[in-house]
Design a protein around this ligand. Structure first.
Ligand code: UDP
Ligand code: GLC
Ligand code: MN
Length: 329
């Protein structure tokens, strides 16, 4: 089984969080296969270090190499950037067979039986079931196929601007040729399907094996309150992932955050009771502008709850740490 692997992709730290949870979910369900992740140059050092601990192989895909055919193709079609990165999975030729899984997927059980399938096996897309969804698929790494895919890409482009368009164009007989290449929908269950056909979800949903958080809102876009064990700002979307979002956050807060905290050299990071919020705070720290000063403590609390904490000032990491220390004493 050493020559078979689950493969995912993360071009930045946000998707790396997803990859970490996916990797942990595969491990906790005792997969016998290797775990590989393709990363882009924008994944930061601490995140790479954690990926290294969870995955057997972390492969940097350097899309900036001008000798790279992928790069040249991409120059003509810059909209296909991320897509081309996913296609790189075909270059993992030290494996005989792989299962690609989007970084926004999570397994609910052992799914090693997927390796019994052949290229290209995938589940129907919930929006257009004659297309397969490229969030979960079985493939055979091959430089020849990789080359053909790139050629297809530069000649025909992608009808959806992403890899799913390219792959459905390339493996164009998927819908009709061989039913064994149709994975049961339970291997790629998306929220879209849950609310568009709720009775079917009620009937079959308990057998789901892989959840796919397809769409704009990803699990890491929410805030989690570890004390209440609740996803905050519970929107309709959160409500339509019954329990799945919580399960994602549980893995993230209990297994991944401690590893990230270790990388950040902060022993208090994961010992507090608001660890999920702290982690989200960390990621927002990089993006947020300094807030205007002089807010009442009630206003500060409100802002904090809306995800607009004053990270550069009153709510600086140092201050949060001091506060946590007082709780812990
Ligand atoms: N991806 C990535 N960086 C990006 C966008 C996408 O690494 O900026 C990868 C990641 O593995 C992700 C996959 O490409 O799961 C497909 O994108 P996404 O899941 O966002 O698409 P959706 O399933 O929502 O259509
Ligand atoms: C889809 C798939 C995703 C793919 C994207 C772009 O919605 O879920 O895996 O990357 O389309 O083609
Ligand atoms: Mn996805």
């Amino acid at each position: 089984m050493a020559d078979q692997a689950f493969v995912t992709l993360a071009t930045n730290d946000s998707y790396a969080k997803g990859a970490m949870v996916l990797g942990r979910s595969l491990r906790s369900h005792k997969t016998s296969r290797k775990l590989a992740v393709l990363i882009g140059p924008h994944v930061s050092e601490p995140f790479r270090a954690v990926l290294d601990k969870i995955f057997d192989e972390v492969r940097l895909v350097d899309v900036l190499d001008s000798e790279d055919t992928a790069h040249l193709t991409m120059m003509e079609r810059p909209d296909l950037g991320v897509t081309l990165t996913k296609l790189h999975c075909w270059t993992l030729t030290h494996y005989s067979k792989c299962v690609f899984m989007d970084a926004d997927t999570m397994v609910l059980t052992n799914v090693d039986e997927l390796f019994d399938r052949e290229e290209l096996s995938a589940a129907p897309d919930p929006g257009w079931p004659d297309c397969f969804n490229s969030g979960v698929f079985v493939f055979r790494p091959s430089n020849e196929t990789y080359g053909k895919l790139l050629r297809y890409c530069s000649e025909h482009g992608s009808f959806d601007g992403g890899d799913q368009g390219v792959l459905n164009g390339f493996f164009s007989n998927w819908a009709t040729a061989d039913i064994s290449k149709h994975l049961p929908f339970l291997y790629n269950l998306s929220s879209i399907a849950i609310y568009s056909y709720l009775p079917a979800f009620k009937q079959y949903g308990a057998n789901a094996k892989v959840v796919h958080f397809l769409g704009k809102m990803k699990p890491w876009s929410y805030t989690y309150d570890t004390r209440a064990k609740q996803v905050k700002g519970d929107t309709q979307e959160a409500a339509t992932h019954p329990g799945y979002l919580l399960r994602w956050w549980e893995i993230f807060s209990t297994a991944v955050v401690p590893m990230l905290a270790e990388q950040h050299g902060d022993r208090h990071f994961h010992s507090g009771c608001v660890v999920g919020e702290l982690e989200v705070g960390m990621s927002q720290l990089q993006a947020s502008d300094p807030e205007p000063p002089a807010l009442s403590s009630e206003e500060r609390k409100q802002r904090w709850e809306q995800g607009q904490a004053d990270y550069m000032g009153m709510d600086s990491f140092e201050n949060i740490q001091k506060k946590l220390d007082t709780f812990l004493k």
